[in-house]
Design a protein around this ligand. Sequence first.
Ligand SMILES: Nc1ncnc2c1ncn2[C@@H]1O[C@H](COP(=O)(O)OP(=O)(O)OP(=O)(O)O)[C@@H](O)[C@H]1O
Ligand SMILES: [Mg+2]
Length: 242
Amino acid sequence: MIFEAENVVKNFGGLKAVDNISFSVEEGEIFGLIGPNGAGKTTFLNCVAGALKPNEGTVILFGEDVTGLKPEVMCKKGVSRTFQISRPFPRLTVEENVEVGAIFGAPKDHKITAKNRVDEALDFVKFPLSRETPAEHLNAVQLKRLDLARALASSPKLLLLDELAAGLTTGELEEIMDLIKKIRDRGITIIIVEHIMKVIRGVCERIVVIDYGEKIAEGKPDEVMNNPKVIEAYLGEKRISF
Ligand SMILES: Nc1ncnc2c1ncn2[C@@H]1O[C@H](COP(=O)(O)OP(=O)(O)OP(=O)(O)O)[C@@H](O)[C@H]1O
Ligand SMILES: [Mg+2]
């Protein structure tokens, strides 16, 4: 197993945002994490990426207990992520933002320069604008692509994607699904949080559903989406599209 979460809990005051979540992900898997708004998905990713320290439970990466390590340490250990709301360095160019990932990521093969890694990541995500564009000029969809390039440039082993497909057109969805599979084909394991079920069905082998911080189902996407508990959790949810 590349990744294991064991009974992870994250409280915000009296709110149990993540309540006893356990699951594991195999190397080379694309694993989905879904659930209604406010279910605790982003909070869970933050606990994995080191942005938040769990109150209880264990996060294991390649058999090593990495619970509570800082984001920069997790990045060096091979965990990269994209953000639900991208937070680039606004005054830096696209290229410079990706360079941050290339420089601060996992230990590198020094024959490949940071510049090469930046070029390769931007080519890989087919970044549509000039690399000299300041990040503050990008729209939300372009920022997500920048975020993805930055994460890839850090040479991750485990990539966490938080609503990468939000706001995309139908054509763009197909493209991003292809991209996600190509990333996996390079040997990168992926945990994907997504509200667009077409993407989840299209790329994930297994998924976990969380609701009010708790795991309510786990399995293959089609099985899980027909689970009455899951359907009930999503009733009244506007953002979901089965
Ligand atoms: N820093 C914080 N302080 C206090 N409460 C928080 C904080 N971050 C998240 N929460 C609360 O924790 C719960 C889980 O939030 P989280 O953002 O993890 O949900 P989510 O599943 O990612 O939702 P969405 O699909 O809307 O992105 C929500 O009730 C949210 O309001
Ligand atoms: Mg979220």
